[in-house]
Design a protein. Structure first.
Length: 311
């Protein structure tokens, strides 16, 4: 085996490269797990945002520190596998498309970053960052939009509907009554609505008159908005059934566009979050870069007129 082959193999098994790859894979897998729980509605955003911040800082350092391009690409692919692993229980063509988009754009980001670094005489950290993290975060936003709409399902199921409306319950309680819940009957909701308008006047009515007033209010809802319900149906069932019936009236060509519009909305929403996270990740990566230089984990050496980062 010649010297070039030995050097190539040693570059793949370098402990430092292994450490960078492990850090990326673990943080990607953790971010993927937290993302899956957030999409499922069982966790909040804060742990996910913190993990994403750390992961993308590591992803950028992988591109910056690992000189061998094939190794960078291999590590980047491992990162993408780590991100998608928690979703493998929902294996589908949509999930495959989400992973291909994620891996493809991350590989593109890695290639652009290495090309920019190789073309620089002096290492300009934040200039290289502009070639890596924007593409990486756009890929992440696209990945999430595909997961939310096509992998998790674009159909408005009863469970998903309840997850969407639950945050609005405290708002309605503040506007209507602290006794309001989405599980209450539609008749009880009508009674609370009348109480908010009439105050003590409704309570002063005999029970029979109160019942008549509530029934009249419910009949007005039926006539004005086309609601179909029994008086004992829960408020969330009535609203859910109304929305489903409204969606079914949308023409088929328009209905086909809805998932694309939903995916675009998710993409733009995530992109808004990641704009801030990108700069935080870049700042963290810069601190880690300086720490790596000061600790000797990497070295900044000159080869003629050109600076090189040596792992």
């Amino acid at each position: 085996m010649n010297t070039e082959s030995v050097d190539s193999i040693s570059s793949y098994v370098s402990p430092k490269i292994f450490l960078l790859g492990a850090a990326g894979a673990v943080s990607a897998g953790t971010a993927g797990y937290l993302l899956e729980t957030v999409i499922a509605g069982v966790a909040n955003l804060t742990p996910l945002l913190l993990t994403v911040l750390i992961f993308f800082a590591v992803l950028f350092l992988q591109v910056l520190f690992i000189e061998n391009r094939r190794t960078v690409y291999a590590v980047t692919l491992i990162d993408s596998f780590g991100m998608i692993t928690p979703f493998l229980g929902k294996l589908s063509f949509s999930l495959l498309a989400a992973w291909l988009a994620l891996a493809g754009f991350w590989l593109l980001a890695a290639r652009r970053g290495r090309e920019e670094l190789d073309n620089q005489l002096k290492v300009k950290f934040f200039r290289i960052e502009r070639y890596v993290l924007p593409y990486a975060f756009n890929a992440f936003a696209l990945f999430i939009s595909i997961l939310v709409v096509w992998v998790n399902g674009a159909t408005l199921t009863k469970e998903r509907f309840l997850q969407l409306i639950q945050p609005a319950q405290p708002i309605i309680q503040g506007l209507l009554s602290q006794n309001f819940t989405f599980n209450m009957s539609i008749a009880k909701f009508a009674e609370l609505s009348l109480e908010s308008r009439l105050g003590a006047g409704l309570s002063a009515l005999p029970q029979k008159m109160k019942t008549i007033a509530v029934e009249q209010a419910l009949n007005q809802l039926k006539e004005k908005y086309g609601f179909k319900f029994n008086f004992n149906d829960s408020f969330n069932d009535v609203i859910y059934n109304y929305i489903v019936s409204w969606l079914e009236k949308i023409p088929e060509p328009v209905r086909l566009i809805l998932p694309i519009s939903a995916a675009l909305l998710v993409f733009l929403t995530v992109k808004g979050f990641t704009f801030i996270i990108r700069w935080l990740s870049a700042g963290l990566a810069y601190l880690l870069y300086k720490l790596a230089l000061s600790s000797g984990f990497v070295k900044l050496e000159s080869a003629g007129e050109r600076e090189m980062i040596i792992l």
